[in-house]
Design a protein around this ligand. Structure first.
Ligand code: KIV
Length: 255
């Protein structure tokens, strides 16, 4: 049975840790779902891991819709969440509502992830009121990388706690904590009723999310916060090399 947004939020109360991964295409989304992962994020990280771009800023609404449609088609059980691409919730209210509704209508995803802060509290509340489940994302915000200057650990305890409480009060069903100093992430996780989903934020969040390519060994470098569970780079490379050699040696196709 497919998980629902309220069931996802309720996992925290049951005391079980939540697993999330990204996916951007049909075969991997299918496998992630089959593995029993609770939720799949079609992240705008696709700009970097699928499109080979420098950062997530160039990803468009149409590209998010295209990839989310593909993932949604592959998934039976997991929650499917789509990222709201740059500039996210910083458009006007009608434009933000239109963008979120367009993603929901055209992809049949279960909710939208939004990089945010206390400043978008009202925007989140209005989207939730419109029936759009919001997974808030605070801490390191890749869509603001030009302003942040670098990908670094976020240590401003009071600001992070203020953001976390604001997005909860606005009605977000969970919150991603990206690169939040682990002791602060622990305190936020204890303080909030909604689940915190950490990435690079230590072991005390209510759940974890990683980029699929990082755990499969398909990224050129595994980020410090990730763990490599397979080396698909090596496996795919040697399969392609074996095929090339077979073709050149006329061993494939066989007689
Ligand atoms: O875009 C993305 O994949 C993300 C996750 C890494 C949280 O924002």
């Amino acid at each position: 049975m497919a998980l629902t947004v309220p069931e996802f939020t309720a996992i925290k109360k049951k005391g079980r840790k939540i697993s999330m991964l990204t996916a951007y295409d049909f075969p991997t989304a299918h496998l992630v779902d089959e593995a029993g992962i609770d939720a799949i994020l079609v992240g705008d990280s696709l700009g970097m891991v699928v499109q080979g771009k420098q950062n997530t800023l160039p990803v468009t609404l149409e590209e998010m819709i295209y990839h989310t449609q593909i993932v949604r088609r592959a998934v039976r059980n997991a929650l499917v969440i789509a990222d709201l691409p740059f500039p996210g919730g910083h458009e006007s209210w009608p434009e933000t509502l239109r963008n979120c509704a367009k993603i929901m209508k055209e992809t049949d995803c279960h909710g939208i992830k939004m990089e945010t802060s206390f400043q978008q509290k009202e925007m989140i509340a209005r989207l939730v009121d419109a029936g759009i489940p919001i997974l808030a994302h605070i801490g390191l915000l890749p869509q603001k990388i030009q302003a942040f200057g670098k990908y670094s650990m976020q240590k401003m305890r009071d600001e992070l706690m203020r953001d976390a409480l604001a997005v909860q009060e606005a009605g977000s069903f969970a919150v991603v904590l990206e690169c939040v100093e682990p002791l602060i992430a622990k305190e936020i996780s204890r303080e909030l009723e909604i689940p915190t989903i950490g990435i690079g934020s230590g072991r005390d969040c209510d759940g974890q999310i990683l980029v699929l390519q990082d755990i499969l060994g398909l990224s050129p470098r595994t980020p410090k916060h990730a763990k490599r569970y397979a080396n698909l780079h090596e496996i795919i490379l040697s399969a392609c090399q074996a095929y090339r050699k077979d073709v050149e040696a006329e061993h494939f196709p066989e007689k």
